[in-house]
Design a protein around this ligand. Structure first.
Ligand code: OAD
Length: 228
């Protein structure tokens, strides 16, 4: 079984989604903050935005949808992979371990010089930009920006899981950002039973075998009643 999650899964933890009313991208263009060019132009500004979001996600808690997905992994074992576009680390904090963070993590920094990754200090002890503990270089947020490639190994692992899954579950994503958006389509083309949970229709909806037009936590409760 392969699962893909997007920002909608964390909405019930109080973390805004990217698109739609109140979304993170509303009011400014992504290229002002989430691109390599923006970072080259004004690293302090980009770090301020990421530090603000880091503080926000660390103050949030995993919600019942995150917890139920961690439980599902326990039940399914080896044949299970959770691929997330979210950078908030909430799946890991909920106990999921078979996780691919396709777009990186806002809770880590990556050295611009040597590539070393390290967790950020707690928000109240954090003054950006972080300095690499290995080489002393300046570090950037360990997230994938617009115009950057995803980690090839992580993407290959995600694609393998979706192309071999009997069931693919896509939750809380607008399914418009590639290559993540194609994972559900690839699963369906390979014969998987495709389930979508989203309060709104998406480009994936016409392909889904089952569409639950509801929140992530409600949809997962319907699919996986406790104790079943
Ligand atoms: P979006 O903001 O594009 O979409 C969020 C989806 O969640 C929408 O389809 C909503 O209908 C749905 N939604 C809202 N509340 C929900 C709830 N309670 N339960 C379930 N679904 C709900 O977020 P993503 O699809 O995750 O990339 O965006 C994909 C990528 O675009 C992000 O990872 C980010 C962004 O640019 C990078 O930063 C690289």
């Amino acid at each position: 079984m392969a699962v893909l999650t997007g920002a909608g899964v964390s909405a019930e933890s109080g973390i805004p989604t990217f698109r739609g009313a109140g979304g993170l991208w509303e009011g400014f263009r992504p290229e002002e903050l989430a691109t390599p060019a923006a970072y080259a132009r004004d690293p302090e500004k980009v770090w301020r935005w990421y530090a603000m979001r880091y503080t926000q996600v660390m103050a949030a808690e995993p919600n019942p949808a995150h917890l139920r997905l961690a439980e599902l992994e326990q039940r399914k074992g080896d044949g299970f992979l959770l691929v997330t576009q979210n950078v908030d680390g909430l799946h890991l904090r909920a106990g999921s371990r078979r996780v691919v963070e396709l777009h990186g993590s806002i809770t880590r920094a990556r050295c611009e010089r040597c590539g070393h990754r390290q967790p950020l200090p707690p928000p109240d002890a954090f003054t950006p930009p972080p300095v690499c503990e290995r080489c002393g270089g300046r570090m950037r947020p360990d997230v994938v920006w617009f115009g950057e490639f995803l980690d090839a190994e992580l993407l290959a692992r995600a694609e393998r899981a979706f192309m071999t899954a009997e069931v693919a579950l896509v939750i809380g994503t607008s399914a418009v950002v590639e290559p993540a958006a194609s994972l559900g389509r690839a699963a369906k083309a390979s014969g998987a039973y495709l389930i979508e949970i989203n309060p709104e229709p998406t480009p994936l909806t016409p392909l889904a075998d089952l569409s639950l037009r509801t929140s992530a936590s409600e949809g997962l409760k319907t699919l996986l009643p406790t104790g079943s």
